[in-house]
Design a protein around this ligand. Structure first.
Ligand code: CTP
Ligand code: MG
Length: 178
């Protein structure tokens, strides 16, 4: 049963993860907030760039488009167990990608308001903010079971942390290991 839920959860969340993972790979230089200040602090900071945001959106949409194209051909059951994967639609992909970007950008906005510098760690919000907003938005058009919520809320921080360790120590694309 758990493996079926894991398959459902990661099948659903793929385009959100794709949209979140891609921006750090792009060395963006044009800050999304154009350097604007808000109450004496940067509105978002240099960690949110136009290039990174566009690349994240495009990669998330690309991932979702591939899912939509391949889903007629993937097995519906494994070992006799019905996988019950959600049929991915363009609306689902768009909401996941939009939610990911909104969650990530809102996280930076909040961090600047509480005087955390760009790149400073904000545990929970850094790792979970994007996926929570993405799932909330997608809930508008598709049912997300409580089991899927729990799996993604528990495992996303672990995966995020592992991916950032790899990005920092092995690929040198992250400025900090978080
Ligand atoms: N990035 C980007 N555009 C985005 C999101 C991320 O260019 N919309 C790039 C930036 O180079 C950023 C890196 O990915 O530094 C890591 O992303 P993240 O950890 O979200 O940003 P931080 O630098 O930690 O900034 P903040 O404190 O605002 O979260
Ligand atoms: Mg960060």
């Amino acid at each position: 049963m758990l493996e079926v839920l894991l398959a459902q959860a990661f099948w659903l969340v793929g385009s959100a993860y794709a949209a979140n993972a891609f921006p750090p790979l792009i060395a963006g230089h044009r800050p999304l907030d154009k350097g604007k200040m808000f109450h004496n602090r940067r509105l978002l900071g240099d960690g949110k760039t136009i290039e990174g945001t566009v690349a994240g959106i495009l990669f998330g949409l690309f991932y979702g488009a591939v899912q939509i194209l391949v889903q007629p051909y993937i097995p519906l059951s494994v070992g006799g167990k019905d996988l019950g994967l959600l049929t991915i639609t363009p609306a689902i992909v768009i909401l996941l990608v939009a939610g990911t970007m909104i969650g990530d950008i809102a996280g930076s906005f909040i961090k600047r308001r509480v005087r955390l510098e760009r790149g400073a760690s904000a545990p929970i919000m850094d790792q979970l903010g994007f996926v929570i907003v993405a799932l909330l938005l997608v809930s508008l058009v598709a049912p997300i079971s409580i089991e899927i919520w729990i799996i993604l809320v528990v495992l996303t921080p672990v995966i995020h942390w592992l991916a950032n360790l790899i990005g920092y120590y092995a690929m040198h694309v992250k400025k900090t290991p978080w």
